[in-house]
Design a binder for this molecule. Structure first.
Ligand SMILES: [Zn+2]
Ligand SMILES: [Zn+2]
Length: 310
């Protein structure tokens, strides 16, 4: 902890040193900086329009609760309604219960509607069942869960009548996905990570990531400063070892060359938008579930087939 004065207001003692800008910030100025950066990202990529109804994917983790809190503030300032929190219950015994309570309590405190949807309702399969049914441990639990969660959030947003789905992916999440796709040769996916609002054909749902330009550690610090509660329990099936290694690697680089994450972010946008403009892959509709798909059968239906037939 430092006893330096805040560089922004010059009045209060700083509580945070922002390495990439060299600024010392007091609590108030730090909190404001995160909120105004989120607002700027929203305008920069035209994420939310005046009459949009926005569903926020809220898991109970620090990022999603902080995002809901900031969006609520922005909506209130503009005297707008149309914000609803959607929570997905994956059906992981003993893990999800804590966060469902945290989300419920937090939403009622800040007066935002909270709706809970489960894998069981949407797919007739819980994550606990999926883990038992997978034919081989080589099918990673995180990739099964990720595929289901993306679809569940789409369906939940449609169910609550939203045309925008906001998720709390931060700068670090974005960079990890970018590098994972590069490392696995999955170039196609890189064109999807661009923060420009994406409109999907059949359901017209716009997906936005208002935290995409904010470091994960700053969101944690923001949540701590404002006493935003969050789930501490980690998922019992988590096995994303490559993601954790890349996180460590980028954090180490950032420590010695601060700002390097922003450079990589800028590169990822350039690569992604070039791929997007040259991407002629036509999106089609899955013949089984009627949702958007890159082939005849979507990844959700493919997974369900493997897991249910086993
Ligand atoms: Zn200050
Ligand atoms: Zn399908």
């Amino acid at each position: 902890m430092t006893s330096k004065l805040c560089n922004k207001c010059g009045l209060s003692t700083s509580v945070y040193y922002r390495q990439y800008s060299g600024e010392y910030l007091c609590k108030k100025c730090f909190v404001l900086s995160i909120e105004s950066k989120t607002s700027k990202t929203i305008s920069k990529f035209s994420m939310i329009k005046h009459d949009d109804r926005v569903a926020v994917g809220v898991s109970g983790g620090k990022d999603s609760l902080a995002l809901l809190f900031i969006l609520k503030k922005i909506f209130e300032k503009k005297k707008r309604t149309g914000l609803v929190a959607v929570t997905i219950d994956e059906g992981i015994h003993g893990y999800r219960d804590e966060s469902l309570d945290i989300v419920k309590e937090f939403c009622s405190k800040i007066n935002v509607e909270n709706r809970i949807f489960s894998y069981g309702d949407f797919f007739d399969l819980t994550m606990d069942q999926a883990i038992i049914s997978r034919p081989s441990e080589k099918i990673s639990s995180c990739s099964i869960c990720g595929t289901f969660r993306r679809r569940a959030l789409d369906l939940a947003a449609q169910d609550v009548g939203a045309n925008v789905l906001a998720t709390a992916h931060n700068l670090d999440d974005h960079l990890q996905s970018f590098l994972i796709n590069l490392l696995s040769g999955d170039i196609e996916r890189i064109s999807w990570i661009h923060p420009t609002s994406i409109q999907y054909g059949s359901n017209s749902l716009k997906k936005i990531k208002p935290f995409i330009e904010i470091y994960e550690q700053e969101i944690v610090f923001y949540a701590l400063q404002l006493d935003i509660p969050f789930q501490t329990e980690t998922c019992p099936y988590a096995n994303e070892s490559i993601r954790s290694e890349i996180r460590e690697f980028l954090n180490n680089l950032e420590r010695t060359s601060s700002g390097i994450k922003y450079n990589l972010y800028a590169s990822s946008l350039k690569v992604s938008s070039r791929l997007k403009s040259s991407n002629h892959m036509l999106k089609s509709t899955c013949i089984l579930c009627n949702q958007d798909s890159s082939g005849d059968i979507c990844s959700v239906c493919t997974n369900l087939k493997i897991l249910k037939n086993h």
